[in-house]
Structure formats: C-alpha cells, structure tokens
Design a protein around this ligand. Structure first.
Ligand code: DP6
Length: 325
C-alpha cells in the first residue's frame, strides 16, 4: 500500500474566542470556543512517506521551506510517529488558497489539512473528532477546522477529549465579509499574546467566566438560526477578549486606526438596517458576520471606505475533504 494522501481544510473564524492555554505543550485551552468555517480560504496538503529520506521535507506554495519552518512540520509529524510507533520521513507539500490581499494566512487550515493528509497517507480510520485532537497540537484554532459550518472546540478534561464537535452546518442565511486592513506580519503572535494575557491581565478570569456564558447563549442562537443574536454575542465576546490585552502588562492591542474605522462602518451598516456584526482576532483585520443574502450590498457600502481588494465575501465552508493525490 502506498503511503501517500492529500486533504483540504478550510480556515475558521472564532465567534467565541480561544484565548489562553491551561497546558502549553498539549495545547489545552482555558475555555471552550466556537467558530464558523469559511469557504473562501483553505489549504491543500499532500503527505508522502518515502523510504529514501533522512529528514522531513516541506514545500509551501511550491517553495522549499527553511529548516526552522520544516521543524514545525516535523514536530507535528512526530505526534503521528509516536502514536503509531512508526519511523520514516515524509515529503509535505502545501498550497494556501488565500485571496492575496487578505493577510489571513492561517495556521488553522494548515494544521487541519496536514492532520487530514496524515490520516489519508497512513490509512487511519480515525473520526474527525479524534483527528481534531491531533490538529490541536499544531495550533489550537486548527482543532475547529476539521468540520464545516459552526464548530465548537470543547476544552475537555485531557488531551484525548479536548476536541472539535460539529454544531450546525450553517446551511442557512449566513455569510462573512472580511475587511483586510493590513497584511504585514503581526507584532505579537496569538501564541505570545494569549500567554502574556493569561500571565498578567487582571481581566483574564472575568473573560473566562463570561466566555462560558457566551458559549451557551450562542449555541442557543445558532439552534434558532438567529443571526442577529449570534452576531451580538460574537461582537461582545471579541471586544472582551481585546479588553484583556489592554489590561496586560505590558499592555498591547491588535487594533490599528483602520480597525476602528471598520468598526464604525459596521455600526453604520446597522443603522442602515443591515444585520452586521464584527469580530477581530490577533491582528487588525475585521470580519463582518452577516446574512449571506445581504453580503453583496454590505460589500457595496463598505467599498465607500475600503478598496475592493480589501473586501472579501464568503459563505460557510465544509469539513475536511480528501483530495486525489
Ligand atoms: C485570536 O490557534 O493561532 O484567533 O494555539 O498558539 O497556535 P496557538 O494559537 P492560535 O490562536 C488563535 C487565537 C484567536 C482566537 C481563535 O481563533 O479562537
């Protein structure tokens, strides 16, 4: 049997944020989170185990990657080597499909696709839930990218049950408009930012408590297909997360002047009667949750303030899919 396999994973945007680990090595989060998988952004990855290699090889968008980047992949492949008790090295080829201006290159789709390609290439009959516990070890947010639609990452009690759960396929009137503010590499990575926040922000425990409430409320709103309520909860959850960084020591923020401008634009959209709510991750970009049926009109309005290549519309995305290799 040939040890080769390929997989596609879509990125996801958290509506209830993951912000803080209780275990740095196992990537166990402090609280559960919930996201929407997006159709417009994805990673395709092929893994091929070869007998003649003396180390792993990693190609991204056709380019051979540095030792440092390849090491991150090797550490991830080690999880499979250790679990299965196998030796040998692999050639890993990834392609990121992210509209150029988006600046959303995402570890979520990357590690979910890599985990999926490992499952294919090693002929493992693992469920997506189980696979998500491996994706998690590459990057926390990757846990959620194994499923489509609305996905919960349950914080769990240990490494085997801190996993993704499919909540709803989001096959109703749900869309997202990405406002790409800046594609420069972020100053504080999410990994460093959350660690500093957990260690120094006096608001952090409040954030965790509130997040638990938010998760219960948003699941109810999703079950009711109430996009306005989903948006209200997501927006406040995101802003409370960002409030924790302002209270960290040293204080920091991911916001840039244009981030605030985008927030104001979303508020103006609501005054015009649109259902539109924003969320923001560990960077300046603003993601607008809305009705898919209003997406193009919303984009139209936003293009008064932002250029067209800063605005990307997307509907919900699917779960991991196997690709021909
Ligand atoms: C703000 O998953 O990038 O986007 O687990 O350290 O790799 P690591 O962090 P990462 O953090 C994502 C943080 C966030 C919120 C979220 O996606 O839930």
């Amino acid at each position: 049997q040939k040890r080769i396999g390929a997989c596609r994973a879509h990125t996801n945007i958290a509506l209830i944020k993951y912000w803080g680990k209780r275990d740095q090595t196992l990537f166990l989060p402090t609280s559960s989170s919930l996201s929407l998988t997006l159709n417009a952004f994805y990673t395709d990855t092929r893994v091929q185990w070869l007998d003649n290699l003396s180390n792993d090889l990693f190609y991204l968008n056709g380019e051979k990657q540095s030792k440092e980047e390849t090491n991150k992949i090797s550490r991830f492949l080690d999880l499979f080597r250790d679990e299965l008790g196998i030796n040998g090295y692999a050639k890993v080829e990834s392609y990121n499909h992210v509209p150029t201006a988006a600046g959303l290159a995402s570890s979520a789709s990357a590690f979910a696709a890599l985990a999926g390609a490992c499952r294919e290439s090693l002929h493992l009959d693992w469920s997506n839930e189980k696979l998500s516990t491996f994706a998690r070890r590459g990057s926390g947010s990757a846990t959620r990218s194994v499923y489509g639609g609305f996905v919960e990452w349950n914080k769990g009690t240990s490494s085997v049950d801190s996993k993704a759960i499919a909540i709803d396929d989001a096959n109703w009137d749900v869309g997202m408009v990405i406002i790409a503010i800046n594609k420069a590499k972020k100053k504080v990575s999410s990994r460093e930012g959350m660690q500093l926040t957990v260690a120094t922000s006096p608001f952090y425990s409040q954030w965790v408590e509130q997040s638990e409430q938010d998760l219960i409320a948003i699941k109810e709103a999703i079950a009711n297909q109430d996009i306005q309520r989903v948006g209200e909860i997501a927006e406040t959850n995101a802003m409370r997360m960002h409030a924790t960084t302002l209270a960290a020591n040293p204080p920091f923020t991911y916001f840039e002047p244009e981030t605030l401008q985008a927030i104001a634009s979303v508020q103006a959209l609501r005054e015009k009667g649109f259902t539109a709510y924003y969320t923001i991750d560990a960077g300046p970009n603003v993601k607008v949750l809305c009705k898919a049926s209003e997406m193009s009109q919303i984009k139209q309005h936003l293009s008064e303030t932002f250029t067209n290549d800063q605005l990307i519309t997307t509907t919900p995305g699917d779960a991991l899919t196997r690709l021909d290799h």
